[in-house]
Design a protein around this ligand. Structure first.
Ligand SMILES: Cc1cc2nc3c(=O)[nH]c(=O)nc-3n(C[C@H](O)[C@H](O)[C@H](O)COP(=O)(O)O)c2cc1C
Length: 397
């Protein structure tokens, strides 16, 4: 059994890491001086060249190692109560280890592992909540069919800062909203962009003005930072990536100045591929604590799943899927927050009841997965979606 340690912190923690992880066959990869960029959500590794990432950087070596790995440890610093962007981007790039196709596992809709299950653990530095880090390991490992190896704080021991930021005196009708699209995918193809454009129709109905900054384009970061610090109402809309904030967005947040020109009220619009509300709860807990760490008040998070398919649909169907966000925009313009019963209801079920899962399994899953195959063909994919492009020497029981 091979254990792989991806060390984003380099030499400074090597002795501690070697003392803590004493498995028989261990390989430590120091990613601190490797060329690894953020996942850009292009989906080529699922739908065009299954299992092969389109980004040609040092991560391909890591994927080849992962194919032979059963226990994966991530060594990372933490910021804002979660992995810093260097740790998160290493995790986000793990997606080629999963297939596009979905099925129910342990009662939850999940992607199938491409090669085998992977157990995941975290060695973290800095201020983060131990229980939350453990929860993230459990969720992430379950997504790839494995078990959590646990979360271990590296010395000096982490300070626990888990309080939810105090909600501000809720703002009521708002005049102007700064919107930041935190998706790494270029705006033209971003589902978040389509959601935002439906949401702002609702804002416009009430006369609220808005401006939009896309983090997928680094040239917009200066303007986004300026808007973030100099306006009162800010909405960050983004897709869930490996149970939390995309690495690219974490990187942007880490560059924000600590001084604000105006007091800020921050809210979030969080969406993702999977349908059920529970999928988003870990990230929501991080978001509840984030505004206080950025010197802002928290005005709630609007959550909804099922967005993966927006991109793959015909225009008319795309418009239908994002239409409900318009009403949410209208309500938000009037109330200035998502801490409302309407916003709570908008998420939908926390988990499908058993009979829905059964029905979906029997009647729809094959159709859904065949739909992915057809879509892949339209992208020129010539391989099966569960292709295993790298050699795997691990046999599952
Ligand atoms: C690296 C990566 C990780 C993802 N992780 C999750 C996840 O944990 N849960 C989920 O529901 N969707 C996940 N998704 C799906 C995206 O949230 C979804 O496709 C979203 O609609 C993308 O929005 P965008 O086009 O604006 O980037 C992931 C996508 C990528 C590329």
């Amino acid at each position: 059994m091979k254990t792989l340690i991806l060390n984003t912190l380099g030499e400074e923690v090597l002795n501690q890491v070697n003392t803590l992880i004493k498995d028989k066959e261990v390989e430590v990869v120091d990613t601190s001086d490797m060329m690894i960029v953020n996942c850009m959500g292009c989906n080529q590794c699922w739908l065009k060249t299954p299992g092969i990432c389109d980004i040609k950087d040092d991560y391909e070596k890591i994927i080849k190692e992962l194919v032979e790995t059963e226990n994966l440890w991530i060594v990372s610093d933490t910021r804002f109560g979660f992995l810093d962007y260097k740790g998160k981007r290493v995790m986000d790039r793990i997606v080629p280890m999963l297939n596009m196709t979905v099925g129910f596992r342990d009662g939850w809709m999940r992607h199938e592992p491409r090669y085998h299950a992977l157990n995941i653990g975290l060695l973290y530095k800095g201020t983060a909540d131990q229980a939350m880090m453990e929860d993230w390991c459990k969720r992430t490992a379950a997504n790839i069919g494995g078990q959590s190896l646990g979360a271990i704080a590296l010395a000096p021991k982490s300070v626990i800062t888990s309080e939810v930021g105090k909600s501000p005196v809720l703002p009521g009708p708002i005049k102007h909203l700064v919107i930041i699209n935190g998706s790494p995918r270029v705006a033209k193809f971003s589902n978040t962009d389509k959601i935002i454009h439906s949401f702002v129709k609702g804002l416009e109905e009430t006369g609220t003005t808005w401006e939009l900054h896309n983090l997928s384009n680094r040239k917009e970061w200066d303007a986004a930072r300026e808007a973030f610090t100099s306006h009162e109402h800010i909405l960050i809309a983004f897709p869930l990536y490996v149970e939390c904030i995309p690495g690219l967005m974490s990187e942007f947040l880490e560059t924000l100045p600590t001084e604000r020109k105006l007091p800020g009220q921050l809210c979030f619009l969080l969406h993702g591929g999977m349908d059920e509300g529970n999928e988003f709860r870990f990230c929501e807990r991080i978001l509840q604590r984030l505004p206080a760490r950025l010197g802002c008040g928290y005005c709630g998070t609007l959550i909804r799943g099922g967005s993966f398919c927006i991109r793959t649909r015909e225009d008319a169907l795309k418009a239908k899927i994002v239409a409900p966000y318009e009403e949410m925009g209208r309500l938000f313009a009037q109330r200035g927050n998502f801490l409302t019963p309407e916003a709570k209801k908008f998420t939908g079920p926390e988990q499908y009841p058993w009979w829905v899962r059964k029905m979906v399994s029997l009647l729809f899953l094959k159709k859904v997965n065949r739909g992915f195959e057809d879509f892949a063909k339209s992208w020129g994919c010539t391989r099966p979606l569960d292709d295993q492009p790298y050699i795997c020497r691990i046999k599952e029981d």
